[in-house]
Design a protein around this ligand. Structure first.
Ligand code: WTA
Length: 654
């Protein structure tokens, strides 16, 4: 194939002239196109212009000297003081860049102000109602400093936990960065979560402040957030609530502890020195579902997380200075933390953020935005792609999507059908599909397709340079190619979680199930080329539309209802959402199962945990399959539902 020139001209050609690429693509032979449609991208071309270059060479460089590898990346960022040691590995506890001093906002903001990025657009925001705002790096810097000064004026200090419960708006990003600026530990709670989820996260993290909005908007409907906060802070340590008031007439602030977001910024200085943070000081807590009990507060620290997210933006998402990056996640999830906010700002790219729903006002809205803003990197979830597939090609076809250069995916397996559609209909068979596997706990991408490497539909890809991944049995022995096993990561990496907030034992459990390995909780298969296919969770976490929920959380919400004695929930495969929740409920004597009661229970879960946790179906039963020690055997329920073999039943009680 002859669509190659010198590295520079190829780069220019890719980043500027996609139409020209399309024209040249049209001239390649049909045999070559057949190869493309089988998932074989013209790899050499992408490799030449990618930041990573040759995967094998980069991986070998990492294996030869992992610490040197990471220190070279870390050196691309600015530190107030250099590290004494790159890694202190005291299994299973790691410290990265020990002795180093930094502040992630210095690298996200200040660092760019002395460069040509000073007046570059940092954020483009599109609201649910179609309104837009554009904020440059310099403006963002000033707003973050002002808000940080506001927080200081309330007495917020380094190490304080601050809970952020806001929709996807520039104010949310300002609030998050302002916390990091002063060294406060942010604890962002997805605004789709309900009262109980918010309350338990505030309590567990002992947050002193809550930053919220009066409302979020979805499909033109106003959703009240403030009243949820009012109830969630009862019996907690919250001292002040800062409210971003978006609606008119203005929401009244009644109590003494409530302050308006912009009043807090008024007359504040446009500069504040970044708090000097130790590399290992906490940066944030983010809650994720566990297999048992309450959600786990995953703790990330300043230095390592900064290096990991910067690195993966550069080499996995292959960011270039001219990119417009759109990650469609919500900052309430790790994807939003790492790839809406921190990574892209560290890299100094322009990012699009949006409150929009993919099918409102119509299923063309996202493609309209891609065309309007010239999005080059689109990072979304399989559930969204499958939803678009259902609406048909006619929607994306209305828009010019030539600006797209990289299509990325996260959250759950990208099934081959969705891969093909994403690649052909959105990418016009010329953009790589980067399927990124990682977790809240890992902080950054771990196993993924890399630009310039062969793509295999259905496979996430290989471990990135810097990461060692394997598929093993319970004893830690590598599985043969083609055999299903446990996905593990060997050894530490900079952006790994440092602990579970207030529960070191829960942290250790990730590392002690199989000696020396971090057990991720997913089942996977490796092929002969080392490509990893993710099969799904091996534990009681259900992934619904890319959001993970613990069965335990939903079950305990159900049991809280006065009519429920016991409950078990399982995930049932769904063509669009990946999974939906089915609940089995035993009622307390005197209650009888009816449609009305089922609706009431669904509503109860919605109010407690939020809309994403709502069971799609509730079945009233007399008993549940259990082990002799009393543990519910969800796999038996699932096998029954799916008409499959339930497997070993020797531990089941009579
Ligand atoms: C699943 C999201 C297959 C997986 C970044 C993991 C995936 C869990 C992929 C973590 C992918 C994430 N292919 N499965 N590309 N990405 N998962 O913590 O089960 O919200 O363990 O982090 O999502 O979800 P979390």
């Amino acid at each position: 194939m002859s669509i190659r020139g010198s590295t520079d001209s190829v780069l220019l050609f890719y980043t500027i002239n996609y139409v020209e690429y399309q024209r040249r693509y049209d001239t390649i032979t049909s045999q070559e196109k057949t190869n493309l449609s089988h998932g074989y991208i013209p790899a050499e071309e992408y490799r030449e212009m990618s930041n990573l270059g040759n995967y094998q060479t980069a991986y070998e460089r990492f294996l030869k000297d992992p610490e040197k590898f990471w220190s070279e990346i870390a050196s691309e960022l600015e530190w107030f003081k250099e590290w004494d040691q790159i890694l202190e590995w005291n299994y299973p506890n790691a410290k990265w860049f020990t002795g180093a001093k930094c502040n992630i906002t210095h690298n996200c903001l200040d660092r760019h102000l002395n460069t040509e990025k000073r007046n570059k657009v940092a954020l483009i925001w599109r609201g649910d109602d179609g309104s837009e705002r554009i904020i440059t790096y310099r403006q963002l810097f000033r707003e973050v400093c002002r808000f940080a000064n506001g927080l200081k004026s309330l007495g917020a200090r380094k190490g304080d936990r601050i809970c952020i419960y806001m929709p996807n708006t520039p104010e949310q990003i300002i609030a998050i960065l302002a916390c990091a600026r002063i060294g406060a530990v942010h604890n962002v709670v997805f605004a789709g979560f309900g009262m109980e989820s918010l309350h338990s996260r505030i309590r567990d993290s002992e947050s002193r402040f809550v930053i919220t909005s009066d409302a979020s908007f979805r499909r033109g409907k106003r959703i009240d957030l403030k009243s949820i906060v009012d109830r969630a802070i009862v019996h907690t340590s919250v001292e002040k609530v800062i409210v971003h008031r978006r609606t008119r007439p203005r929401t009244e602030l009644y109590s003494e502890i409530e302050i308006d977001f912009y009043d807090l910024m008024k007359e504040r200085n446009y500069f504040i020195e970044p708090e000097v943070m130790d590399s290992e000081d906490p940066l944030f807590i983010l809650y994720t579902s566990g297999t048992t009990g309450t959600a786990k507060g995953i703790l990330h620290t300043c230095g390592g997380y900064m290096v990991g997210t910067y690195y993966t933006c550069k080499y996995v998402l292959d960011m270039k200075p001219s990119d417009v990056h759109w990650c469609t996640a919500d900052p309430g999830w790790i994807t939003g933390h790492s790839y809406i906010i921190y990574g892209p700002l560290l890299f100094g790219t322009t990012l699009l953020i949006s409150e929009t729903t993919p099918d409102y006002p119509d299923p063309g809205v996202w493609w309209d935005m891609v065309e309007d803003f010239g999005v080059t990197i689109l990072y979304t979830a399989p559930t969204a792609i499958r939803m678009f597939m259902r609406h048909g090609e006619k929607w994306p076809e209305k828009y010019n999507l030539d600006s797209l250069r990289i299509l990325a995916s996260v959250g759950e397996p990208l099934n081959p059908e969705a891969f093909e559609w994403y690649y052909k209909v959105i990418g016009k068979s010329r953009t790589p599909i980067v399927d990124t596997w990682w977790q809240t706990e890992t902080g950054m991408h771990m196993v993924t397709t890399l630009v310039g490497e062969k793509m295999k539909p259905g496979y996430a890809g290989k471990a990135i340079p810097g990461v060692v991944a394997d598929v093993v049995d319970k004893e830690g022995n590598s599985k043969k190619a083609g055999e299903t096993g446990i996905l593990v990561i060997k050894g530490p990496w900079p952006s790994m979680m440092r602990s579970v907030w207030g529960n070191d034992e829960r942290y250790r459990q990730y590392w002690t199930q199989i000696k020396d390995y971090y057990v991720v909780g997913d089942l996977a298969v490796k092929d002969d080329d080392g490509y990893i296919q993710i099969i799904g969770r091996s534990d009681d976490v259900i992934i619904i539309a890319g959001h993970n929920l613990g069965t335990a959380e939903v079950e305990s919400a159900l049991v809280e209802h006065e009519a429920v004695a016991e409950a078990a929930v399982i995930g049932i495969p769904d063509p669009v959402k990946g999974n939906i929740i089915k609940a089995f409920v035993i009622l307390i004597d005197g209650y009888s199962g009816s449609e009305k009661l089922a609706n009431e229970l669904t509503y109860h879960v919605r109010m407690t945990l939020g809309p994403i946790a709502m069971p799609a179906e509730i079945k009233f039963v007399e008993s549940l399959p259990k082990t002799r020690s009393g543990k519910i055997m969800r796999r038996v329920l699932k096998a029954q539902e799916m008409g499959e073999d339930p497997g070993d039943l020797s531990t089941m009680e009579e």
